[in-house]
Design a protein around this ligand. Structure first.
Ligand code: UD1
Length: 417
């Protein structure tokens, strides 16, 4: 078990580079199953969730070669369409294999991620959509068995909520279905556009991804491709926030303002300035941040729930009160208790957190509770007085490739023990 030891109050500066997007690489790797040919996928972040996905691909009979951030998947000889529970439970997004396997073999068997029962959240939207495409679904010994004996049929699907995972799963199921599929009220996250771009480069016919209606004309066959995964917008925001909480000037490379518009507006409200150049963002931060009003997490292009904990770390040390409403996930405030241990003044009522900014946070021993909550503790520690020890770093490692290496290169006093 490792921990991160951070001595705060160090100014940051220079350049930091953002790695590939986990939330793009995961569905794209799963999508390679639907392709049935060789795909060379570059800019994959080297993270535990990616390794777990590679294990699933190998378990299904794909040949996979990993060379740093480049992953070559050949799914020609795919031999299974069932995923063992142990592999499924390693990552929530493993459910994305459902659409890819249905597309390729007309059958897929797996447990719900996190062991949820069939029909209830959080995969009800996925399953209802598959049913509309002619998939028969039953539960057998706690596993979800999906079969489309007559093949998948295009359908008009109106999502009750723009679920990211469900939109991706339907796209995957639809790329080789008979006829045309319309997804209305689709999630519009940039990672969905990235998945569609990957599949289109394999010969798929997907239009409108990144908007609220996606139209997929099914194709009988797809072919291999070389594809580069987009940059991770949440990692970009995390590094911008590292500069913001330390009053620093920083250049974040491989960062794209068009992916983080709402977040940039919130940063601007806090007094940060931005300069954009091709593929990079320069941030200049004030010595003390201003309050940021009321922030509401919403589906894209609204404020991303994945940036909620990150912006909270900024609000902790800002002048005045910021209110954060979490509208996507019910219990995504588990980092609050840990931030309060560092001297923050946050009160949670239902889905709202009231953050009264304090002048100083203090180094403490705290525990990461989840991936982005863990990053909020890193950010708090970077601006806290004294030494912080952050335990449970495996959560942080799920989304950041060696955060301590990159942050120490820009001046942070951070080490892993
Ligand atoms: C994806 C992202 C995650 C991000 C989230 C919201 C990946 C790998 N993960 O997760 O980082 O926080 O989008 O932007 O891309 N829901 C249902 N029924 C369903 C599906 C979802 O009720 O069938 C609910 C969920 O419980 C949650 C909300 O809808 O409350 C959003 O979920 P969804 O958009 O599906 O998120 P994920 O795809 O799981």
């Amino acid at each position: 078990m490792s921990c991160l030891v951070i001595n705060g109050k160090k100014k940051l500066g220079g350049e930091i580079s953002v790695h590939g997007a986990k939330n793009s690489a995961l569905p794209i790797l799963a999508a390679s199953v639907a392709v049935g040919d060789e795909c060379l996928i570059s800019n994959c972040p080297q993270l535990s969730d990616i390794r777990a996905t590679v294990n699933i691909l190998r378990g299904l009979g794909c040949r996979v070669a990993v060379n740093g951030s480049q992953i070559c998947v050949n799914s020609e000889d795919l031999s299974y369409n069932e995923i063992p529970d142990t592999l499924m439970r390693e990552l929530r997004s493993s459910f994305i294999f459902m659409g890819a396997l249905l597309s390729r073999t007309g059958r897929a068997v797996m447990c719900a991620p996190g062991g949820c029962e069939i029909g209830v959240r959080p995969v009800d939207i996925h399953l209802l959509s598959f049913r509309q495409m002619g998939v028969q679904i039953r539960e057998e010994a706690g596993r979800i068995v999906c079969e489309a004996p007559e093949g998948l049929q295009g359908a008009e699907i109106n999502l009750s909520f723009p679920s990211v995972g469900a939109t991706e799963n339907i796209i995957l199921a639809a790329v080789r279905a008979k006829g045309t599929t319309y997804i209305k009220n689709a999630a519009a996250e940039p990672e969905i556009k990235d998945l569609a771009n990957f599949l289109n480069s394999c010969g798929a016919d997907i239009n409108g991804a990144g908007g609220s209606t996606v139209v997929i004309h099914g194709k009988q066959k797809l072919h291999g491709t070389d594809y580069t995964v987009m940059s991770d917008r949440i990692v970009a925001v995390s590094y911008l926030a590292a500069a913001a909480v330390t009053g620093s000037e920083l250049i974040v490379k491989n960062a794209f303002p068009e992916h983080i518009g709402t977040v940039v507006s919130t940063f601007r409200q806090s007094g940060c300035h931005f300069e954009y150049e091709k593929k990079q963002i320069k941030i200049t931060s004030p010595s003390r941040l201003n309050k940021m009003g009321t922030i509401r997490t919403m589906p894209y292009p609204g404020f991303p729930t994945d940036c909620q904990a990150i912006i909270m770390a900024m609000a902790c040390v800002a002048r005045g009160t910021t209110i954060i409403n979490e509208n996507i996930f019910e219990s995504r405030f588990r980092h609050v208790g840990e931030l309060n241990r560092m001297g923050a003044d946050i009160t949670v009522t239902g889905r709202s957190a009231i953050v009264n900014g304090v002048k100083n946070l203090y180094g403490s021993c705290v525990k990461a509770t989840d991936l982005r909550g863990g990053m909020s503790l890193v950010l708090a520690a970077l601006c806290a007085e004294g030494e912080s020890v952050i335990e449970n770093t495996e959560f942080i490692d799920r989304g950041y490739e060696k955060a301590e290496r990159d942050l120490s290169l820009i001046g942070a006093d951070i080490r892993r023990e």
